[in-house]
Design a protein around this ligand. Sequence first.
Ligand SMILES: [Zn+2]
Length: 334
Amino acid sequence: MSGNASRALRCAAASALAGIGLSLIGAGVAVAADSYTLPFYDPTVTLSYGVDRDRRLDHQIDWTGQAWNDGDPHYGRVYDQHTGSDFPMALRSEVAAAREGTVVDTEGGFGTTQFGTFGNFVLLAHPDGNRTLYYHLASSADGGIAVSVGDSVPAGEIVGKSGCSGLCFGAHLHFEFLIWNVTGRTWAFVDPIAERRWTTWPGRVPFLASYMRESNPGTEVIKRGQTITHWVEFRNDGGRTWRNTGVGRIALATWDPPAHASPFAASDWTYPWMPTSVDVSGTAPNGIGRFTFGIRAGPPPGSYLERYNLVMLSVHWFDYERIGSFYIPITVNN
Ligand SMILES: [Zn+2]
């Protein structure tokens, strides 16, 4: 990564302290356009140390604006001269692109937990001219680097897996937000939390959903060969808008196994493993997305259970702890 000599010092004081944590999952306020989300999928991950907005040694300003005139680490807030936001997470956790972009640099040659001056990372360039850095990743040999220089990655794509390479004292992701400083002709870190650069504030994972209701929460009883219409609604708890075409398309699909061909596929299904996409495009964070589709009673008479899961096509199944999944009991009669 060019132009930032401080990389070697990143996270020298970071540690994976458990317990008290700032929850970054909250009632965020949606803005008009999608910008950035948290760079991971596990909604239980919280911030340990954010950016120090005071560049002076032994002076700190955290993301809330609070100042300290000391060099002590302040858990949930900041430690002195920290250039990014630290998110403790288990080794080899999925790390996601905070926004769509292009891979401009990677390093994967250090061991997953190899302590030293430098560590593994992925660096992305985004359409608005800013860059994001994902640091301390696992080694390439360990699956830590999932992208190559020049790749275009959609928002939410898995770019790598977490590790503790470099100056790291406990597995975590160091996420850094970089803007081009015209005067200094260098990339300069900013605090994405304090500057509210997330789509939602203080920030959400890219894709997350809560089950709300169904057209028929009980058993669908269908005469063999006939088709009924069923709908299900989920709330968009993630940081990205749900669309029904192109990039960001959110679909309802079968799972367990994922993408199995359903014997209940009706003529309106997109694929035998995918009943439909979200009915209305542009379901923003906090919005309710409805998925309407037919269920055709193809199999012989009997009782069945069909399972479904939300998916962002080619990027991510909403499978964290089975979030975004549900099943429909179906009875087929003669
Ligand atoms: Zn850090």
